[in-house]
Design a protein around this ligand. Structure first.
Ligand SMILES: *[C@@H]1O[C@H](CO)[C@@H](O)[C@H](O)[C@H]1NC(C)=O
Length: 353
Protein backbone atom coordinates (compact mmCIF):
# COMPACT_ATOMS: atom_id res chain seq x y z
CA UNK A 1 0.00 0.00 0.00
CA UNK A 2 1.11 3.54 -0.38
CA UNK A 3 3.08 4.99 2.50
CA UNK A 4 2.83 8.67 1.91
CA UNK A 5 1.22 10.69 -0.75
CA UNK A 6 0.40 14.18 -1.69
CA UNK A 7 -1.70 16.16 0.75
CA UNK A 8 -4.51 18.62 0.77
CA UNK A 9 -2.95 19.98 3.93
CA UNK A 10 -4.54 23.17 5.24
CA UNK A 11 -2.22 26.10 4.76
CA UNK A 12 -0.81 28.05 7.69
CA UNK A 13 -1.40 31.77 7.79
CA UNK A 14 2.34 32.54 7.69
CA UNK A 15 2.77 30.39 4.65
CA UNK A 16 -0.25 32.03 3.13
CA UNK A 17 1.32 35.47 3.39
CA UNK A 18 4.47 34.21 1.76
CA UNK A 19 2.57 32.58 -1.05
CA UNK A 20 0.35 35.58 -1.68
CA UNK A 21 3.45 37.73 -1.93
CA UNK A 22 5.03 35.18 -4.24
CA UNK A 23 1.91 34.97 -6.36
CA UNK A 24 1.76 38.74 -6.75
CA UNK A 25 5.41 38.80 -7.83
CA UNK A 26 5.01 35.89 -10.17
CA UNK A 27 1.89 37.43 -11.66
CA UNK A 28 3.88 40.60 -12.46
CA UNK A 29 6.77 38.56 -13.84
CA UNK A 30 4.27 36.54 -15.87
CA UNK A 31 2.67 39.62 -17.43
CA UNK A 32 6.07 41.11 -18.27
CA UNK A 33 7.22 37.80 -19.74
CA UNK A 34 4.05 37.41 -21.79
CA UNK A 35 4.29 40.96 -23.14
CA UNK A 36 7.97 40.39 -23.93
CA UNK A 37 7.19 37.16 -25.75
CA UNK A 38 4.36 38.71 -27.74
CA UNK A 39 6.42 41.76 -28.65
CA UNK A 40 9.10 39.40 -29.95
CA UNK A 41 6.37 38.23 -32.36
CA UNK A 42 6.31 34.63 -31.10
CA UNK A 43 2.60 34.05 -31.47
CA UNK A 44 3.15 30.37 -32.04
CA UNK A 45 1.12 27.46 -30.74
CA UNK A 46 3.47 26.71 -27.85
CA UNK A 47 3.17 30.25 -26.58
CA UNK A 48 -0.60 30.17 -26.64
CA UNK A 49 -0.55 26.85 -24.83
CA UNK A 50 1.72 28.41 -22.24
CA UNK A 51 -0.66 31.30 -21.73
CA UNK A 52 -3.65 29.00 -21.27
CA UNK A 53 -1.71 26.84 -18.85
CA UNK A 54 -0.80 29.84 -16.72
CA UNK A 55 -4.46 30.72 -16.27
CA UNK A 56 -5.16 27.10 -15.45
CA UNK A 57 -2.29 26.99 -12.99
CA UNK A 58 -3.76 29.89 -11.04
CA UNK A 59 -7.14 28.15 -11.13
CA UNK A 60 -5.45 24.97 -9.90
CA UNK A 61 -3.74 26.84 -7.05
CA UNK A 62 -7.05 28.37 -5.97
CA UNK A 63 -9.06 25.16 -6.29
CA UNK A 64 -6.66 22.98 -4.31
CA UNK A 65 -5.38 25.64 -1.85
CA UNK A 66 -1.81 25.07 -2.99
CA UNK A 67 0.95 26.73 -1.00
CA UNK A 68 4.46 27.23 -2.38
CA UNK A 69 7.16 28.52 -0.09
CA UNK A 70 9.21 30.41 -2.66
CA UNK A 71 9.11 31.74 -6.18
CA UNK A 72 11.58 29.04 -7.16
CA UNK A 73 9.18 26.39 -5.96
CA UNK A 74 6.29 28.14 -7.67
CA UNK A 75 8.18 28.17 -10.97
CA UNK A 76 9.26 24.56 -10.60
CA UNK A 77 5.68 23.48 -9.82
CA UNK A 78 4.36 25.50 -12.74
CA UNK A 79 6.74 23.71 -15.09
CA UNK A 80 5.69 20.29 -13.76
CA UNK A 81 2.05 21.32 -14.05
CA UNK A 82 2.56 22.31 -17.70
CA UNK A 83 4.29 19.00 -18.41
CA UNK A 84 1.44 17.05 -16.81
CA UNK A 85 -1.22 19.03 -18.66
CA UNK A 86 0.64 18.70 -21.95
CA UNK A 87 0.83 14.93 -21.38
CA UNK A 88 -2.89 14.87 -20.55
CA UNK A 89 -3.79 16.82 -23.70
CA UNK A 90 -1.84 14.46 -25.91
CA UNK A 91 -3.42 11.46 -24.14
CA UNK A 92 -6.86 12.94 -24.74
CA UNK A 93 -6.27 13.01 -28.51
CA UNK A 94 -5.47 9.28 -28.64
CA UNK A 95 -9.05 7.99 -28.64
CA UNK A 96 -8.76 6.22 -25.28
CA UNK A 97 -11.78 5.41 -23.14
CA UNK A 98 -10.62 7.70 -20.33
CA UNK A 99 -9.43 11.27 -19.97
CA UNK A 100 -6.61 12.93 -18.11
CA UNK A 101 -6.49 16.49 -16.84
CA UNK A 102 -6.03 18.61 -13.76
CA UNK A 103 -6.21 16.87 -10.39
CA UNK A 104 -4.80 17.76 -6.95
CA UNK A 105 -1.66 15.87 -8.02
CA UNK A 106 -0.95 17.93 -11.16
CA UNK A 107 2.02 19.78 -9.63
CA UNK A 108 3.87 16.54 -8.81
CA UNK A 109 6.24 14.77 -11.17
CA UNK A 110 5.48 11.15 -11.84
CA UNK A 111 8.44 10.16 -9.64
CA UNK A 112 7.25 12.38 -6.80
CA UNK A 113 3.75 11.00 -7.02
CA UNK A 114 5.10 7.46 -7.13
CA UNK A 115 7.67 7.84 -4.33
CA UNK A 116 5.47 9.83 -1.96
CA UNK A 117 2.73 7.44 -2.67
CA UNK A 118 4.22 3.98 -3.18
CA UNK A 119 7.79 3.77 -1.82
CA UNK A 120 7.19 0.12 -0.95
CA UNK A 121 5.53 -2.59 -2.98
CA UNK A 122 2.27 -4.04 -1.75
CA UNK A 123 2.52 -7.69 -0.81
CA UNK A 124 -0.86 -9.33 -1.39
CA UNK A 125 -2.13 -11.22 1.61
CA UNK A 126 -3.21 -14.72 0.58
CA UNK A 127 -3.83 -15.60 4.22
CA UNK A 128 -7.53 -16.21 4.73
CA UNK A 129 -10.59 -18.20 3.82
CA UNK A 130 -11.20 -18.41 0.07
CA UNK A 131 -14.67 -17.32 -1.06
CA UNK A 132 -17.00 -19.88 -2.55
CA UNK A 133 -17.52 -19.26 -6.21
CA UNK A 134 -20.11 -21.05 -8.27
CA UNK A 135 -19.15 -20.66 -11.94
CA UNK A 136 -22.74 -21.47 -12.92
CA UNK A 137 -24.11 -18.56 -11.00
CA UNK A 138 -25.35 -15.83 -13.32
CA UNK A 139 -24.36 -12.46 -11.90
CA UNK A 140 -26.68 -9.59 -12.86
CA UNK A 141 -25.53 -7.57 -15.86
CA UNK A 142 -25.04 -4.47 -13.71
CA UNK A 143 -24.90 -3.51 -10.04
CA UNK A 144 -24.40 -0.14 -8.32
CA UNK A 145 -24.42 -0.37 -4.53
CA UNK A 146 -24.47 3.43 -4.29
CA UNK A 147 -28.06 3.42 -5.56
CA UNK A 148 -29.02 0.89 -2.86
CA UNK A 149 -27.76 3.12 -0.04
CA UNK A 150 -24.85 0.81 0.83
CA UNK A 151 -22.02 3.29 0.24
CA UNK A 152 -20.99 6.28 2.37
CA UNK A 153 -19.72 9.57 0.92
CA UNK A 154 -16.23 9.61 -0.63
CA UNK A 155 -13.56 10.29 2.02
CA UNK A 156 -10.05 11.76 1.78
CA UNK A 157 -6.99 10.03 3.23
CA UNK A 158 -4.86 13.20 2.94
CA UNK A 159 -1.09 12.99 3.39
CA UNK A 160 -1.07 9.51 4.89
CA UNK A 161 -0.69 6.03 3.38
CA UNK A 162 -3.90 4.78 4.95
CA UNK A 163 -5.73 3.70 1.78
CA UNK A 164 -6.06 0.18 3.22
CA UNK A 165 -8.14 1.50 6.14
CA UNK A 166 -10.53 3.34 3.78
CA UNK A 167 -10.96 0.25 1.63
CA UNK A 168 -11.71 -1.69 4.83
CA UNK A 169 -14.24 0.75 6.28
CA UNK A 170 -16.01 0.97 2.91
CA UNK A 171 -16.31 -2.79 2.71
CA UNK A 172 -17.50 -3.16 6.32
CA UNK A 173 -19.97 -0.26 5.91
CA UNK A 174 -21.51 -2.03 2.91
CA UNK A 175 -21.60 -5.45 4.57
CA UNK A 176 -23.13 -4.01 7.76
CA UNK A 177 -25.80 -2.12 5.79
CA UNK A 178 -26.66 -5.14 3.64
CA UNK A 179 -27.04 -7.24 6.80
CA UNK A 180 -30.06 -5.07 7.64
CA UNK A 181 -28.55 -2.21 9.62
CA UNK A 182 -28.48 1.54 9.05
CA UNK A 183 -25.60 2.76 6.88
CA UNK A 184 -22.98 4.23 9.21
CA UNK A 185 -19.62 5.80 8.40
CA UNK A 186 -16.89 3.83 10.22
CA UNK A 187 -13.54 4.83 11.69
CA UNK A 188 -10.33 4.53 9.67
CA UNK A 189 -8.38 6.07 12.56
CA UNK A 190 -9.39 3.21 14.85
CA UNK A 191 -8.01 0.72 12.31
CA UNK A 192 -4.82 2.78 11.97
CA UNK A 193 -4.24 3.22 15.71
CA UNK A 194 -5.53 -0.11 17.03
CA UNK A 195 -4.76 -2.82 14.43
CA UNK A 196 -0.95 -2.55 14.53
CA UNK A 197 -0.65 -5.93 16.24
CA UNK A 198 -2.40 -7.38 13.17
CA UNK A 199 0.47 -6.16 10.98
CA UNK A 200 -0.93 -2.80 9.91
CA UNK A 201 1.15 0.36 10.11
CA UNK A 202 -1.22 3.31 10.03
CA UNK A 203 0.04 5.93 7.58
CA UNK A 204 2.86 3.57 6.58
CA UNK A 205 0.56 1.02 4.97
CA UNK A 206 -1.51 -2.02 5.77
CA UNK A 207 -3.70 -4.75 4.32
CA UNK A 208 -7.46 -4.98 4.12
CA UNK A 209 -7.44 -8.66 5.13
CA UNK A 210 -5.40 -7.86 8.26
CA UNK A 211 -7.87 -5.10 9.04
CA UNK A 212 -10.82 -7.47 8.54
CA UNK A 213 -9.21 -9.82 11.09
CA UNK A 214 -9.14 -6.93 13.55
CA UNK A 215 -12.79 -6.07 12.89
CA UNK A 216 -13.79 -9.72 13.44
CA UNK A 217 -12.22 -9.50 16.91
CA UNK A 218 -13.06 -5.92 17.90
CA UNK A 219 -15.80 -4.52 15.68
CA UNK A 220 -15.51 -0.91 14.57
CA UNK A 221 -16.69 2.37 16.00
CA UNK A 222 -18.04 5.30 13.99
CA UNK A 223 -16.14 7.97 12.05
CA UNK A 224 -17.63 10.67 14.29
CA UNK A 225 -16.73 8.84 17.50
CA UNK A 226 -13.13 8.19 16.45
CA UNK A 227 -12.41 10.84 13.77
CA UNK A 228 -9.77 10.68 11.06
CA UNK A 229 -6.52 12.58 11.73
CA UNK A 230 -4.34 11.54 8.75
CA UNK A 231 -1.50 10.71 11.14
CA UNK A 232 -0.42 7.80 13.30
CA UNK A 233 -1.68 7.76 16.88
CA UNK A 234 -2.06 5.67 19.99
CA UNK A 235 -5.07 3.38 20.16
CA UNK A 236 -7.83 4.98 22.22
CA UNK A 237 -9.26 1.92 23.93
CA UNK A 238 -12.13 3.93 25.42
CA UNK A 239 -13.39 4.97 21.98
CA UNK A 240 -12.67 1.50 20.64
CA UNK A 241 -15.21 -0.02 23.05
CA UNK A 242 -18.05 1.94 21.45
CA UNK A 243 -18.69 -0.65 18.73
CA UNK A 244 -21.03 0.41 15.89
CA UNK A 245 -20.58 -2.45 13.40
CA UNK A 246 -19.32 -6.01 13.47
CA UNK A 247 -18.42 -8.80 11.05
CA UNK A 248 -18.06 -12.53 11.69
CA UNK A 249 -15.36 -13.30 9.12
CA UNK A 250 -14.04 -12.36 5.70
CA UNK A 251 -13.23 -14.08 2.42
CA UNK A 252 -10.61 -13.79 -0.30
CA UNK A 253 -11.99 -13.94 -3.86
CA UNK A 254 -10.25 -16.38 -6.21
CA UNK A 255 -7.38 -14.37 -7.73
CA UNK A 256 -7.31 -13.41 -11.42
CA UNK A 257 -10.89 -14.49 -11.97
CA UNK A 258 -13.08 -11.61 -13.13
CA UNK A 259 -16.16 -13.85 -13.09
CA UNK A 260 -15.61 -14.74 -9.44
CA UNK A 261 -14.99 -11.06 -8.67
CA UNK A 262 -18.20 -10.09 -10.45
CA UNK A 263 -20.15 -12.73 -8.53
CA UNK A 264 -18.71 -11.31 -5.29
CA UNK A 265 -19.53 -7.69 -6.21
CA UNK A 266 -23.07 -8.84 -7.06
CA UNK A 267 -23.46 -9.59 -3.35
CA UNK A 268 -21.70 -6.55 -1.78
CA UNK A 269 -18.91 -3.95 -2.18
CA UNK A 270 -15.51 -5.67 -2.42
CA UNK A 271 -12.04 -4.47 -1.37
CA UNK A 272 -9.38 -4.65 -4.09
CA UNK A 273 -5.75 -3.71 -4.51
CA UNK A 274 -4.59 -1.87 -7.66
CA UNK A 275 -1.52 -0.20 -9.07
CA UNK A 276 -2.31 3.51 -8.81
CA UNK A 277 1.05 5.22 -9.28
CA UNK A 278 0.69 6.00 -13.00
CA UNK A 279 -0.80 8.97 -14.85
CA UNK A 280 -4.00 6.95 -15.35
CA UNK A 281 -4.68 7.65 -11.65
CA UNK A 282 -2.55 10.74 -10.96
CA UNK A 283 -4.25 12.71 -13.73
CA UNK A 284 -7.55 10.81 -14.06
CA UNK A 285 -10.58 13.03 -14.62
CA UNK A 286 -13.11 10.59 -16.07
CA UNK A 287 -14.00 7.68 -18.31
CA UNK A 288 -13.07 3.99 -18.19
CA UNK A 289 -9.40 3.16 -17.57
CA UNK A 290 -8.55 0.27 -19.85
CA UNK A 291 -4.74 0.34 -20.10
CA UNK A 292 -1.48 1.95 -19.01
CA UNK A 293 -1.71 1.50 -15.26
CA UNK A 294 0.40 -1.60 -14.52
CA UNK A 295 -0.20 -4.46 -12.09
CA UNK A 296 2.34 -3.77 -9.30
CA UNK A 297 -0.27 -3.42 -6.56
CA UNK A 298 0.20 -0.40 -4.31
CA UNK A 299 -3.23 1.01 -3.41
CA UNK A 300 -6.36 -0.24 -1.65
CA UNK A 301 -9.79 0.79 -2.98
CA UNK A 302 -13.37 -0.51 -3.06
CA UNK A 303 -15.44 -1.89 -5.96
CA UNK A 304 -19.04 -0.73 -5.40
CA UNK A 305 -20.55 -1.98 -8.64
CA UNK A 306 -20.08 -2.79 -12.30
CA UNK A 307 -21.74 -2.52 -15.68
CA UNK A 308 -21.23 -5.56 -17.86
CA UNK A 309 -23.47 -4.26 -20.66
CA UNK A 310 -21.35 -1.22 -21.49
CA UNK A 311 -18.62 -1.27 -24.13
CA UNK A 312 -16.14 -1.64 -22.56
CA UNK A 313 -17.69 -3.19 -19.44
CA UNK A 314 -16.39 -1.59 -16.24
CA UNK A 315 -16.01 -1.74 -12.47
CA UNK A 316 -17.19 1.24 -10.40
CA UNK A 317 -14.41 1.94 -7.90
CA UNK A 318 -14.60 4.17 -4.81
CA UNK A 319 -11.29 5.88 -4.08
CA UNK A 320 -10.20 7.83 -0.96
CA UNK A 321 -8.69 10.94 -2.55
CA UNK A 322 -11.70 13.18 -1.85
CA UNK A 323 -14.82 13.90 -3.93
CA UNK A 324 -13.10 16.40 -6.27
CA UNK A 325 -10.81 13.72 -7.75
CA UNK A 326 -11.95 11.65 -10.76
CA UNK A 327 -15.68 11.11 -11.22
CA UNK A 328 -16.88 12.65 -7.92
CA UNK A 329 -14.22 10.63 -6.13
CA UNK A 330 -14.79 7.45 -8.19
CA UNK A 331 -12.90 5.84 -11.06
CA UNK A 332 -14.20 3.34 -13.60
CA UNK A 333 -11.88 0.46 -14.53
CA UNK A 334 -12.47 -1.78 -17.54
CA UNK A 335 -13.41 -5.37 -16.70
CA UNK A 336 -10.92 -7.80 -18.21
CA UNK A 337 -9.55 -11.31 -17.65
CA UNK A 338 -6.33 -12.37 -15.91
CA UNK A 339 -4.69 -9.80 -13.62
CA UNK A 340 -7.29 -7.25 -14.68
CA UNK A 341 -6.65 -3.60 -15.57
CA UNK A 342 -4.41 -2.06 -12.85
CA UNK A 343 -4.24 -5.57 -11.31
CA UNK A 344 -7.77 -5.21 -9.97
CA UNK A 345 -8.49 -8.99 -10.21
CA UNK A 346 -5.37 -9.93 -8.25
CA UNK A 347 -6.26 -9.56 -4.56
CA UNK A 348 -9.98 -8.96 -3.85
CA UNK A 349 -11.52 -9.64 -0.45
CA UNK A 350 -14.70 -8.85 1.47
CA UNK A 351 -16.12 -9.02 4.99
CA UNK A 352 -18.91 -11.44 5.98
CA UNK A 353 -21.65 -10.18 8.32
C1 LIG B 1 -9.88 8.90 24.13
O1 LIG B 1 -10.83 9.78 23.56
C2 LIG B 1 -11.58 10.51 24.51
C3 LIG B 1 -12.65 11.27 23.77
O2 LIG B 1 -12.07 12.05 22.74
C4 LIG B 1 -10.65 11.39 25.31
O3 LIG B 1 -11.36 12.12 26.28
C5 LIG B 1 -9.58 10.54 25.97
O4 LIG B 1 -8.64 11.35 26.62
C6 LIG B 1 -8.89 9.68 24.94
N1 LIG B 1 -7.99 8.75 25.61
C7 LIG B 1 -6.71 8.58 25.26
C8 LIG B 1 -5.94 7.56 26.03
O5 LIG B 1 -6.22 9.24 24.38
Amino acid sequence: MERVYFSDKPETSNKKKVVLGALALVAIVGVVATVALYSSNSTNYALRQYEIDEQEFFGFIAKYNKVYDSIDEFNARFKIFRDNIAFARVHNTLGKTYWLGITQFSDLTHDEFKSRYTPNAYVPNEDGPVADYNPDMAAPSSVDWRTKGAVTAVKNQGQCGSCWSFSTTGAVEGTWFLAGHTLVSLSEQELMDCSTSYGNKGCDGGLMTSAFKFVVQKGLTTESNYPYKAENGECNTTLEKNVAAKISSYAIVAAKNSNALMAAVATKPVSVAVEADQAAWQSYVGGIVSSNCGTALDHGVLIVGYDNTNSPPYWIVKNSWGPSWGEQGYIRIAISKGDGVCGINMNPSYPIA
